[in-house]
Design a protein around this ligand. Structure first.
Ligand code: UT7
Length: 353
């Protein structure tokens, strides 16, 4: 039975660097606060009206395909993970397919936020194991800066996010013991509203009845329709993401180690066997606490949130690709990927390089 490996990777971050000092100019925050609570020093913002989640995904995908020694024609399926799509619908998968001239092949969109890349990897792995496809392009891309609240009201969310994209070609292989060894996916929708971007949406307040502080302002309503996005929501700033930061932090620190242990146990490995851990870049303090919990030394964990902020679905492929480019991942290494985020969703993957 074939299994899968990562045949090529690429990442793209926009040129514009936005430092914490730059954010100090538009909201009540400080470089010191951001560094201390998150480890972030700067992030990249995409060029408005020129770049999108799709165009950044294309940039990363071109590199991944070339490094896999393939051309666009060799790709037989696309999986695109993002929470900041170009359009509400259709998804970025078909837009990327169009931009890359891959017309006719299937394109699937994943909406699993910070865990999006692990979900995409797992789905690609299953398709390859079933024999359905041989080369699957998976992409994680985010254009957060176009949908954040740049006033002091939104500072707890806005300062942590950045834009960028990462991609990988997942390829069928018969080589024993190499490639994707296992993937584990989890979710708990009880916590959906703890980190959410629920307007514009068709919910009409249905799930927020017991949370009056989060109820949307629908204003004067016509008899039919008119709940998706109202002027009142825009005026009240209800069109931005909301996050119960402390709550998310607490759960992340618990679920990361749990899902890493799950992958290790499934494959008969232990923490000491991990050569490189690539945690989703949520917050440097979360990564450090997870690292401490597992007892892993610094040179076996790769973090780059300091430079790019939290890029949600793009953070793992950007970090994985950058670590590989720097020679920190070598042939035969055991690489562990792990994510936690909105949903809540979380997951892990173990790869023998
Ligand atoms: O990848 C998706 C998953 N997301 C995460 O993993 C995020 C997890 N959570 C976190 O990373 C942290 O909760 C944050 C970095 C978002 C916030 O840090 P915190 O230590 O939990 O701060 P807090 O929200 O409890 O706020 C503490 C104080 C508050 O002021 P008061 O009420 O104590 O006077 C906030 O208003 O810090 C204030 N604050 C800020 N001050 C300066 C919140 N954001 C900022 C800011 N600059 N940007």
């Amino acid at each position: 039975m074939p299994h899968s490996k990562i045949a090529g990777m690429g990442f793209y971050v926009p040129e514009q660097i936005v430092t914490n000092k730059d954010l100090e100019k538009v909201m009540d925050t400080t470089d010191e606060w951001i560094r201390e609570r998150t480890g972030i020093e700067e992030r990249r913002y995409a060029k408005k009206h020129e770049e999108t989640a799709t165009t950044m995904g294309v940039q990363a995908a071109n590199i991944a395909i070339e490094r896999a020694g393939l051309t666009n024609k060799d790709i037989d399926f696309i999986i695109f993970a993002t929470l900041s799509p170009d359009y509400y619908f259709p998804g970025c998968g078909v837009l990327l397919q169009r931009e890359m001239g891959m017309n006719g092949i299937g394109a699937l969109d994943i909406r699993n936020q910070c865990s999006g890349f692990i979900y995409a990897l797992s789905i690609a792995d299953q398709f390859i194991k079933s024999g359905m496809y041989k080369n699957i392009l998976i992409v994680g891309s985010e254009f957060h800066s176009c949908g954040l609240d740049f006033t002091t009201r939104g500072r707890n969310v806005t300062v942590i996010f950045g834009d960028g994209a990462g991609a990988a070609v997942i390829q069928a292989t018969e080589e024993e013991g190499k490639g994707i060894l296992t993937t584990h996916l989890h979710a708990d929708g009880k916590f959906a509203e703890e980190l959410a971007y629920y307007n514009p949406g068709s919910h009409g307040g249905v799930f927020l009845k017991d949370k009056p502080e989060r109820q949307s302002n629908y204003g004067e309503e016509p008899e039919f329709g008119g709940i998706f996005m109202t002027n009142e929501m825009v005026d009240d700033g209800q069109i931005y993401p909301t996050m119960n930061g402390r709550y998310v932090f607490k759960w992340a620190v618990e679920k990361f180690p749990e899902v890493i242990h799950e992958a290790l146990t499934k494959t008969g490995n232990v923490v000491d066997d991990i050569d490189m851990l690539i945690p989703h870049q949520a917050n440097l303090r979360i990564s450090q606490l997870v690292q401490m919990n597992l007892g892993i030394e610094n040179d076996r964990v790769y973090n780059n949130i300091q430079k790019y902020g939290n890029t949600t679905a793009a953070s793992i492929p950007i970090a994985l690709c950058e670590a590989w480019e720097k020679g920190k991942i070598k042939d035969g290494d055991l690489v562990c990927l792990a994510a936690f985020g909105s949903g809540f969703t979380w997951g892990s993957a173990l790869i023998r390089w």
